[in-house]
Design a binder for this molecule. Structure first.
Ligand SMILES: CC(C)(COP(=O)(O)OP(=O)(O)OC[C@H]1O[C@@H](n2cnc3c(N)ncnc32)[C@H](O)[C@@H]1OP(=O)(O)O)[C@@H](O)C(=O)NCCC(=O)NCCS
Length: 168
């Protein structure tokens, strides 16, 4: 199974048996507060994990499970996923609350961006965050994303941000 390592974490693709663990943050209203649709039921988490697995098979990339290396504990998910137009690609990140505020989303995102071109041939990446999501907007800013435009995504109008990778 492929994996991605950072200083404090490692990531791997989702497996069907990950539903219960992922529900610990996908089912948490506080974690999902700024995400269109809000927190998920267990059935919706199962559907989401299936979608991540199917996307990995179909497109060769997807959201992966993040483990904290020191504790070997799953702490969130992050990765690339196609926007609804199935052409453009977004970078997403989400952590359980206990792991917020330690620079982990930035660390994981930087690792993704460093392999985006070589592994997946990406030359540009999008990300979105609702205006109140200060932490996420801050992460994007640190990564160098620039505001692009407003767009209806997942039935909600969201500001899209864009990062040019330049094919390096
Ligand atoms: C968004 C999220 C992934 C950020 O993870 P994180 O590991 O805490 O992020 P980082 O520590 O790498 O960076 C967060 C930055 O925002 C800042 N920040 C966090 N909350 C803030 C707030 N309320 N106001 C101002 N700045 C804030 C932090 O200080 C940090 O900046 P700094 O490094 O300059 O100090 C995490 O909060 C999360 O999982 N949120 C719920 C899911 C979510 O909304 N995901 C994004 C969907 S768009």
């Amino acid at each position: 199974m492929p994996s991605l390592e950072t200083a404090r974490t490692y990531l791997r693709p989702f497996q069907p048996s990950d539903v219960q663990i992922a529900h610990e943050w996908l089912g948490d209203p506080e974690v999902m507060r700024h995400i269109p649709g809000g927190s998920l039921t267990l059935d919706q988490t199962a559907e989401r994990v299936s979608r991540y697995i199917a996307h990995e098979i179909r497109r060769g990339f997807s959201k992966w499970l993040i483990y904290e290396t020191a504790s070997n504990m799953p702490i969130g998910d992050s990765g690339f996923f196609t926007l609804p137009d199935r052409a453009r690609v977004e970078l997403g990140y989400r952590l359980r609350k206990s792991h917020w505020g330690k620079g982990l989303a930035t660390e994981v995102s930087r690792a993704w961006l460093s392999v985006a071109h070589d592994w997946y041939g990406l030359t540009e990446v999008y990300a979105y965050a609702l205006p109140g999501n200060t932490a996420s907007l801050h992460v994007m800013q640190k990564l160098g994303f620039a505001y692009s435009h407003l767009e209806d995504i997942y039935e909600v109008e969201v500001p899209l941000y864009k990062l040019q990778l330049g094919g390096q």
